[in-house]
Design a binder for this molecule. Structure first.
Ligand SMILES: [Cu+2]
Length: 103
């Protein structure tokens, strides 16, 4: 089955470890410090997972497709960030969300 973005079914979720999961939907949250995102099982179409603060990109996974998993660990201070897919057109299609880091 080929799943294309955008579609009613969003790509599989990035999650923050160790215990929480959230979809590549609209919002993720975590406490300040080291945060590891586990980006796994995207659709057949390649996607990646990046985090930025304002216009500054803080980190990005490689672009992966179905079945793969990549981790991204960042040290984040309390603020609001944006997570998104850097593949051209994907963020504009809505493949992004807010990341809230609390103290
Ligand atoms: Cu994408």
């Amino acid at each position: 089955m080929t799943r294309r973005w955008p579609s009613s079914k969003r790509p599989e979720p990035p999650t923050r470890s160790p215990t929480s999961e959230a979809s590549y939907a609209t919002r993720l949250s975590a406490g300040a410090g080291r945060v590891t995102f586990v980006f796994t099982k995207p659709a057949a179409l390649g996607h990646n997972f990046a985090v930025r603060c304002g216009k500054r990109r803080l980190g990005i996974t490689p672009t992966i497709s179905r079945g793969a998993t990549r981790r991204l660990t960042l040290r984040l201070t309390a603020a609001r960030y944006t997570f998104y897919c850097v593949v051209p057109g994907h963020e504009a299609s809505g493949m992004k969300g807010m990341l809230v880091i609390a103290r």
